[in-house]
Design a protein around this ligand. Sequence first.
Ligand code: CMP
Length: 139
Amino acid sequence: MAIERTLAIIKPDAFGRGLAGEIVSRINKAGFQIVAIKSMHLTRKEAEGFYAVHRERGFFGELTEFMSSGKVVVLALQAEGAILKWRDTMGATDPAKAAPGTIRRDLGTSIGNNCTHGSDAPDTAAFELGYFFAGYELI
Ligand code: CMP
């Protein structure tokens, strides 16, 4: 399997509940290399730009309000098959449907407050990594 990079976000619900350390620990235990990591507080506009692909969805307003409501941690993760591996580590979008032992099942409280985000394909990973990290931060 090829070495890939993916973009992970620890969302405001998880950061606000003091779960950033627990989630980074799970990232390490799952075998990812953390290429870059930073904490930031997104503006509404920055959240809207990041989730532009969902602009027509009914939950877009709620999603972008939530994502700009508090601090997040953004990470560039590297591993063999990192995109699928991170999605498996997070579990399904809805914590109620996520497999036991996954981050969202163990720590998430609702489909909106699901603790983490991950890129869903190579093209979105490239866009999302470039959205938050400059080239020199990903060396
Ligand atoms: P995420 O992986 O960050 O990608 C888009 C987010 O929209 C998703 O996780 C959910 O947290 C959020 N969301 C809120 N409501 C819904 C919904 N009804 N269906 C899918 N995603 C939703």
